[in-house]
Structures are given as C-alpha cells and as structure tokens.
Design a protein around this ligand. Structure first.
Ligand code: C5P
Length: 226
C-alpha cells in the first residue's frame, strides 16, 4: 500500500486575527502552507500530497505548483467537511488499503523524521495511529465554580499527522453524526470502538493558533535550516 498526505488548508484562521488566512502567513519568508507541503515532499515514504483549499481561495497561487502535489479546491465549512470532500476527490485514484496521513496546514514544523516515526511505529495497526505528546503540566478542570486537579496519567495531546487506511477513515468520517464532537480524525475512528496507536510526537510540531506561535515555529524551523 502507498502512503499519501492530505492537508486540510481551507480554514480562515479567525483566532489569528491577521489579514490573510493563517496558512499563508510568512514563516521565515515562506507561506506556512509551503513549509507544511515541503515536509511531505522531503519524506521518501510519501507517494503524493493532496492539499484541500476553498474553491475561491485567492492565495493558493502563492504556492508554486510542484510534482507530487495536487491542490483540490473542495474545502468545506468545517475541517471535517474539508477532509471528507478531499477523500471523496481521491476516490478512484486510491486503493482501500492505502494509508492517508491527514495533517493540518497549521503545523509547519513537521519533518521527515517525525513522518517516518509515525509510519514505522503505526506499522499495520488496524486502527491507525497519530502523533501525540504526553501531558507534562498539571491539569485543572474548572466547571460551574468547581476546580479539580485531573490526573495527567495516560493523558496525551493529539497532534497530526494522523494516519488511517483510506477505507477506515472514510467509514469513520461518514459515520460521524455530530461533527462538532469530532475535533480530529482519530476521534471519529475511536467512535467506531477502535483505539488508534499513540506515537510520541515533538513540540516542534506545534499547531500555530495565536500570533506568538509564529515566532515559536520560526525558532524550530530555523534550527533545521542547512
Ligand atoms: O483552525 P484550526 O487550526 O483548528 O484548523 C485546523 C486545520 O483545518 C487548518 O489547516 C485549517 O486550514 C483546516 N480547515 C479546513 N477547512 C475548514 C476549517 C479548517 O481545511 N473549514
């Protein structure tokens, strides 16, 4: 089976409060999405990379087209919808047991080493796998005036890529009845009663959400420059 990457990049990045969608904000002089695509292009394990953008995305022209990358203009109203539309567009060009690595455009710090670790450690796991980080902070839950400390035992922070066989991912997302409860692809697979494998990620693979995250991403990416 082949490994393909699917990058949902049709968000508007409201929390970033910038002029353009955050996936196009410059990081070390290159659009964030370019770094994310380049991570997959640098991996010899990835057969092809698909990027899902909005049909009317005026910024995609800033991403120079390249062999091995296909841009799909079928973004939806939510992340999950963008991914479902992207998977539908792949239909016919992908085998049911091929692996799809779904990765957020907003995580430009990914690199070939992390991609390889995810693929190798997930192996043939029937429920697929994802990069994640063990929680190191003390966790508090504050609900209705009550504050409690939650044991961090067994708690992980989910990252992406999250990889599943095409057939399983499609089935899981089609079965998801409450899209707002599905904040990542693994949760849709878990809802089928399956337990995806957690593979240790890295802080450099942070999700750029707030303006200050840009600086942190630049620090990690600069450390990798030749
Ligand atoms: O906003 P957030 O960081 O949670 O978005 C995660 C990823 O999902 C981003 O890469 C974003 O571009 C993508 N997305 C999408 N379609 C949407 C909303 C978000 O592809 N409608």
């Amino acid at each position: 089976p082949r490994y393909v990457a699917l990058i949902p990049a049709a968000g508007v990045g409201a929390r970033m409060a910038a002029g353009s969608p955050k996936q196009y904000l410059p990081i070390l002089g290159k659009p964030m999405l370019r770094h994310t695509i380049d991570a997959f292009l640098s991996s010899p394990l990835i057969a092809h990379t698909y990027v899902v953008v909005s049909a009317d995305d005026p910024f995609i022209d800033t991403i120079v087209p390249e062999a091995g990358v296909t841009v799909l203009g079928c973004g939806g109203a939510t992340r999950m919808e963008s991914i479902r539309n992207g998977l539908r567009a792949l239909h016919g060009g992908i085998a049911p047991d091929d692996w799809v690595l779904v990765h957020d455009a907003a995580r430009p710090g990914l690199d070939a080493e992390l991609i390889a670790r995810l693929i190798v450690e997930t192996g043939e796991h029937p429920a697929g796998g994802l990069l994640a980080l063990p929680v190191v902070d003390t966790v508090k839950r504050h609900v209705a005036g009550e504050v409690a400390t939650v044991s961090r035992d067994g708690l992980w922070l989910a990252q992406t890529p999250q990889m599943f066989r095409y057939q399983l991912l499609t089935r899981a997302l089609d079965a998801a009845t409450d899209p707002s409860a599905i904040t990542d692809d693994a949760s849709a697979v878990e809802a089928l009663g399956l337990a995806p494998k957690l593979v240790e990620g890295h802080p450099r693979n942070l999700k750029v959400t707030l303006p200050a995250d840009i600086r942190i991403a630049e620090m990690y990416l600069a450390a990798h420059q030749p």
